[in-house]
Design a protein around this ligand. Structure first.
Ligand code: NAP
Length: 277
């Protein structure tokens, strides 16, 4: 498995699994659980979830899926901004741990910036880390100025990642935020890496994939995985899809293919405000 280095020096899988909208449809549950488990066995052992997803139902599903596999999984969850006060973060983390059926998270993220001061959230994150309830903490959806402010707040320089919308059709972060994170050696976790399946219908991507014997999903993921410091977390609730996604690890795109992708999905030529889904 290709890995990405966290600032601590720990390696995590570069390809993980997202869980947004999982655990919400009873008829899909068994397949979703089987998919997450098979994904872990295939090496996609970083699982991303959040208290927001189905208001806890995704965390419950993940808890069930990782039964007996907890030691193999790098488990990520997120706190709602409106819960991110000192007391609120501690309580939200306990609720997430209970739903996930574990005594610790590997990584706990502030889901996006709300009204609570970073100082207060950071106090709680450090307390959780000291207590062994979370191993690392990070942020999500922070644009450059917010990220700089977070890192300049006491203990904020311990941030392990910024989880951001990043895929072939959303390259805005390449202008200034991604270079800054790189300079600080903070890896980026790319969410919605196949643009919530919209990239699968892109005609040029389909044609290019056919020429190279890859699916559109594999092209989108392969493009992200070609970078050293990007963790991609596609969501899939189907075993056939997780197998297809995992297979890209054995088929990294050539430099010619990457250049072709750059022509169809050009990098930004100016700064854009951070996009979010
Ligand atoms: P995504 O991973 O880009 O796309 C998910 C969609 O693609 C699902 O409909 C899935 O369908 C489909 N899919 C996956 N692999 C496929 C394949 N090989 N062939 C065909 N279809 C495939 O979108 P996302 O769920 O928004 O993003 C991924 C994860 O990032 C989320 O689940 C969540 O954990 C995280 N996220 C974080 C934030 C944030 O604010 N921090 C925001 C958005 C997402 P099937 O289930 O049918 O396979």
């Amino acid at each position: 498995m290709k890995t990405v280095l966290l600032p601590s020096g720990e390696q995590v899988p570069a390809l993980g699994q997202g869980t947004w909208f999982m655990g919400e449809d009873a008829s899909a549950r068994a397949e979703e659980i089987a998919t997450l488990r098979e994904g872990v066995e295939l090496g996609l052992s970083l699982i991303d979830t959040a208290e927001m997803y189905g208001e806890g139902s995704a965390e419950k599903l993940v808890g069930q899926a990782i039964t007996g596999l907890r030691d193999k999984v790098f488990l990520v969850s997120k706190v709602y901004p409106h819960n991110a006060t000192r007391k609120g973060t501690l309580a939200a983390c306990e609720r997430s741990l209970r739903r996930l059926g574990t005594d610790h998270l590997d990584l706990y993220l502030l889901h996006w910036r709300g009204r609570v001061a970073f100082e207060e959230t950071l106090d709680a994150l450090v307390e959780l880390q000291t207590a062994g309830k979370i191993r690392y903490f990070g942020v999500s959806n922070l644009d450059l100025e917010d990220m700089q402010e977070f890192c300049a707040t006491p203990h904020g320089n311990r941030v392990a990642t910024n989880q951001l919308l990043y895929n072939l059709s959303r390259r805005g972060i390449e202008w200034d935020l991604l270079p800054w994170c790189r300079q600080q050696k903070i890896p980026v976790m790319a969410y919605s890496p196949i643009e919530q399946a919209r990239l699968l219908h892109h005609p040029a991507l389909i044609t290019m994939g056919q020429r190279h014997g890859l699916t559109a999903a594999q092209l989108a993921l392969g493009w992200l995985l070609a970078k050293d410091d990007i963790i991609a977390i596609p969501k899939s609730g189907k075993r056939s899809h997780v197998r297809e996604n995992a297979a890209v690890l054995a088929r990294p795109p050539s430099s010619e293919l990457l250049a072709e992708l750059d022509l169809v999905f050009p990098p930004p030529q100016r700064a854009y405000p951070l996009e979010m889904l």
